[in-house]
Design a protein around this ligand. Structure first.
Ligand SMILES: [Zn+2]
Length: 492
């Protein structure tokens, strides 16, 4: 029973949870995408980023593996991203641009310590440095306001041009394969032998993201690619950094000279594998800044000095293509019940959602997305759609009117068998009036025990392994531990 409780999330509930989470995520989508892209950059935390970035695509059925061969060589990859950007420029989905600056820091707190004066750090110098760093930070945050270019508007010079050759790159990556546990549906970037969630062995199967995550990592500018970096990124040169810092420091410091060195430069793109619609394009890099300063006024005691700091900068372009977003893609209802669906039109303002239900007799839907079931059991789709430029955009929610399964139990919790021996397991899906009562059987270790589709277990070799029944409705699970030893072959 305890085990059943652990697995009490039905597929529908899981989806519902996911979509609730995704609503919250959208609220801080801009910042989180940028921060995550930077995290990839800092620590190669690819897994988290991929799942976050893929979030928008979660309502679509997975695009299959063979949706077309991914671009392979650096040349092909660059051309693919450039073509995707060109398609967007033509189609003009809504574009949002955000630039974030960070001071280099590893612990996430002492970022103000990054500004350092040459020649020691007395208390007073440290305080002065923090004060100036704070001023720089404030300036950076106001220097790059978020911009939004609405549907159908020209991007003009807002969308940065990409000017990349294969020679400028140290590495290219195209990611879209991940692994999913077929038992508990946990997702990972690699396939472990044993699922950390449900402990099933050999349960991971490859799956495919709707989007490619493409990363173009630039070679270190020291190796002669500084020009390539400055061609693609902003702020791109010492003069621009000088102007930025001047705005922050002119009350306290005269900046005599600025030298910059860019590194860790990378362009990351999310592109739909089927449509080549670009979802996001991120330019991120670090800038080491060396300053020759002449402190003024209150801080003039510092004297003619040199200082250095590192900025981490990231500019993210997010593309919102017209689509319907639905809060649920699956819904289970009892007879004579009402449920609410929420749809959002990602489209020019004022675009209205229309609700419909193509199959008659199971449920009805009103103009506000309220779904009502009658006295019939069955399945139906509820569709939310809108029209834009003669095209229909829609998304549907699959509705089951049924008595949902709530649990599954087995007639044996333990069995002891000799090799070659067999026993019949029986699964009971509860409650008794559940509409779908079928289960799927599987074994933890086929070298110890096998199970057929009727629940007949057969001992194979010595050891202990669990046999599971998984309810087809709701994915509740119950297990029987089978130990196989030499000797008699009778159950229990
Ligand atoms: Zn699992």
């Amino acid at each position: 029973m305890a085990e059943n409780l652990e697995h009490k999330a039905t597929a529908a509930e899981r989806l519902l949870e996911d979509s609730e989470k995704s609503d919250k995520k959208r609220l801080w989508f801009m910042r989180s995408v940028v921060i995550f892209l930077i995290m990839i950059f800092i620590g190669g935390i690819v897994l988290g980023a991929v799942s976050i970035l893929n979030d928008e695509g979660q309502q679509d059925p997975d695009i299959p593996a063979d949706a077309g061969a991914p671009p392979a060589t650096a040349e092909e990859i660059i051309a693919y991203v450039q073509a995707a950007a060109a398609i967007a420029k033509q189609a003009k989905p809504r574009l949002t641009v955000d630039t974030v600056f960070y001071f280099d820091n590893d612990d996430g707190r002492s970022y103000l310590d990054t500004l350092k004066f040459d020649g020691g750090q007395s208390d007073l110098l440290t305080k002065t440095a923090k004060f100036l760093a704070q001023s720089i930070e404030d300036q950076l945050h106001t220097s790059a306001p978020m911009q939004e270019i609405d549907f159908g508007k020209d991007y003009g010079s807002v969308l940065w041009a990409m000017n990349v050759t294969p020679e400028a790159l140290a590495e290219t990556k195209v990611e879209y394969v991940f692994y999913r546990c077929r038992i508990c549906h946990r997702e990972d970037s690699e396939a472990p032998d044993v699922c950390p969630e449900c402990q099933s062995e050999d349960a991971y199967r490859p799956a495919y993201r709707d989007n490619y995550t493409i990363t173009l990592t630039f070679a270190d500018p020291e190796t002669g690619t500084a020009a390539a970096v400055t061609k693609n990124f902003h702020p791109r040169d010492a003069a621009q950094i000088h102007a930025l810092l001047n705005g922050a420091l002119d009350k306290f410091v005269t900046i005599q000279s600025v030298a910059t060195r860019h590194h860790n430069a990378a362009i990351t793109a999310e592109i739909n594998r089927e449509t080549q619609q670009i979802r996001s394009l991120c330019f991120a890099k670090d800038v080491d800044v060396s300053l020759h300063l002449l402190p003024q006024g209150d801080v003039s005691f510092v004297g003619d000095t040199r200082a250095s700091l590192t900025l981490r900068e990231s500019t993210n372009f997010r593309f919102d293509w017209p689509e319907v977003r639905l809060d649920k893609t699956e819904l289970t209802m009892k007879t004579h019940e009402t449920a609410a669906l929420q749809a959002q039109a990602i489209a020019p303002e004022g675009t209205k959602i229309t609700w419909s239900c193509p199959q008659e007799g199971i449920v009805t839907v009103d103009a506000d997305g309220y779904v009502k079931s009658g006295n019939q059991y069955g399945e139906a789709d509820v569709v939310a759609s809108f029209e834009l430029d003669g095209q229909t955009y829609s998304r549907s929610c699959h509705v089951w009117v049924k008595n949902a399964a709530e649990d599954v139990t087995l007639n044996h919790r333990k069995l002891s068998l000799a090799p070659g021996g067999s026993a019949q397991l029986a699964a009971t899906v509860k409650p008794a009036k559940a509409t779908i009562k079928t289960v799927t059987w599987y074994t933890e270790d086929p070298a110890v025990v096998t199970v057929d589709e009727t629940g007949l277990v057969t001992a194979v070799g010595p050891g202990t392994a669990k046999v599971y029944a998984l309810s087809d409705d709701g994915h509740y699970r119950s297990s029987c531990a089978v130990s196989v030893k030499g000797g008699n072959s009778n159950g229990q």
